[in-house]
Design a protein around this ligand. Structure first.
Ligand code: IDC
Length: 479
């Protein structure tokens, strides 16, 4: 048969009802072409699949280095309003994130181990909501056992094992779930103690979930990765170690520690960082933050930013005036949030290129009269936040707060803290310190010298030790 012989049939088909058939077939074709394309738009998980650890790197299903770019929630008990599919979709599509971290405090107010059984149930519900949302959106999700004031992860080891067994049972078939088994050991907890905890918890998770990536915290608020590198956990694959930094506090010397650990073969992940002070507040330091990011990029290390909330602190990624739970525009983001979106190269970043500088959370200069801090204008307090015994010495960690009660700008301050017993320096941050037997003196650094009217300094703190019982502060005053 040739085409000439076919011609009359063709013409008949194209006449009358034939056109309708063509249009119907065309529409059906378009439907099947377009609809599946929309449904299967690539997500981080659909593109990269299950992650695993190869050498010092986190890699995707094709064995290519995969860099986590994540956002951590604040405490699930305190800011549950951002645990939603709508909010996480924004993180993925507008901010440029591929991972969310669900931070579940263990010992703080309404923590998993301290808040009672109804609270525990509620926290697990939050995790379920978070994991479901992340899974639907093709995001990786970190379940974070957020130890902090409990210091030593062995304090609640039994509870941790029970929790992670339950999580592993529930999520063993998910390829996007990552377990972080101890946020930040501190208070003198040694790597040996952390390692023994990690071996025990990992053993239980692995009996149920053979493959998920597991993150292990390191001594001194997850800073001493060099200690972990000397004797890593043995016998398990897909284990990474966490390095946490706050760019205005932790600088070059911490990158050196990280380099040392990588050279020793330790896989690292920055499962939490901020670009302000270690307190989560104080001045934002974009220059130091950018140094960190080039270091992490160079080494293919992933990073997760603290924290998705509108709390009035500079690590919060939303402005405290922002009441939206999703659908944020660039101007809803704090300075930390705006920096993060630019760093992730999210689509919102375009809105940030107007040439207008993002709002700064640092203290402004103001036009008011400027005075030196004294008890007439300011209040100063020193609060104990943690204490422990190590060897034959007693350690106490204190936080210093200065509040400007006046309508004037404070230009500088100097504070003396007196103790009952002779003390020795252990650690200190965000100030210049000098020590005498029974007292210490703190003066500010250049960025926390000025205090705006009604403003506060909250990021200053120190750890001292004494030989004879708990260290007691007897008085605090301005000099
Ligand atoms: C801080 C929060 C703050 C909260 C406090 C609770 O930003 O709002 O009141 O915890 O104890 C960490 C911790 C993280 C801290 C953060 C800032 O992992 O929980 O959050 N930080 O201090 N390590 C270093 C800094």
């Amino acid at each position: 048969m040739n085409s000439v012989q076919n011609a009359p049939q063709c013409r008949k088909f194209l006449n009358g009802a034939g056109w309708k058939q063509i249009v119907t077939v065309f529409c059906m074709c378009m439907f099947f072409l377009v609809v599946p394309l929309q449904v299967s738009a690539a997500t981080p998980v659909s593109e990269h699949g299950r992650l695993s650890v190869k050498g010092t790197k986190l890699v995707d299903q094709k064995g290519k280095t995969f860099q986590i770019k994540g956002v951590s929630t604040h405490g699930l008990s305190w800011y549950p309003e951002y645990i939603s599919k709508k909010a996480f979709k924004d993180l993925r599509d507008k901010w440029g994130a591929n991972t969310v971290r669900l931070a579940m405090y263990t010992a703080e107010y309404n923590g998993y181990c301290t808040g009672g059984s109804a609270n525990r149930k509620n926290l697990k519900k939050q995790i379920d909501t978070g994991v479901k949302a992340a899974t639907d959106l093709g995001l990786y999700v970190i379940i974070d056992w957020h130890i902090l004031s409990d210091g030593n992860p062995n304090t609640y080891k039994k509870q941790s094992i029970a929790f992670f067994k339950e999580m592993a049972e529930k999520y063993k078939n998910h390829k996007n779930v990552i377990y972080e088994i101890c946020n930040e050991p501190n208070g003198g907890t040694s790597w040996k103690q952390i390692r023994s905890y990690a071996q025990a918890v990992i053993k239980e998770i692995r009996a149920i979930d053979k493959k998920a990536v597991i993150l292990v915290g390191t001594p001194t608020w997850s800073q001493d990765v060099d200690a972990a590198a000397k004797n890593p956990v043995k016998g398990y694959k897909n284990i990474m170690y966490t390095l946490h930094f706050y760019a205005n506090t932790h600088r070059e010397s911490y990158r050196e520690k990280a380099t040392e650990a990588i050279q020793a073969g330790l896989p690292l992940l920055v499962s939490e960082f901020g670009i302000c002070d270690a307190s989560g507040n104080g001045g934002v330091n974009e220059a130091e933050a950018n140094k960190w990011i080039s270091f992490l990029n160079k080494n293919g290390i992933g990073y997760v930013a603290w924290n998705l909330s509108n709390k009035n602190e500079s690590s919060a990624l939303l402005k405290s005036s922002c009441k939206k739970k999703s659908g944020w525009t660039a101007s809803d983001l704090s300075q930390s949030g705006q920096w993060l979106v630019k760093t992730f190269k999210g689509s919102l970043a375009k809105e940030l290129t107007s040439g207008k500088k993002p709002d700064s959370t640092a203290s402004g200069s103001g036009s008011a009269k400027s005075v030196k801090a004294s008890s007439k204008y300011c209040k100063v307090s020193v609060k104990e936040v943690n204490s422990w015994k190590s060897g034959n010495r007693y350690y106490t960690q204190y936080k210093l707060t200065i509040t400007n009660k006046s309508k004037y700008q404070i230009s500088n301050w100097k504070v003396r803290v007196n103790f009952k017993n002779a003390i020795k320096k252990s650690q200190q941050w965000n100030g210049n310190y000098s020590y005498k037997s029974k007292y210490l003196t703190v003066t500010p650094l250049s960025w926390n010298k000025r205090i705006t009217p009604k403003g506060k300094v909250t990021e200053v703190g120190f750890i001292v030790s004494s030989a004879n019982g708990k260290n007691k502060v007897t008085s605090v005053k301005f000099l």
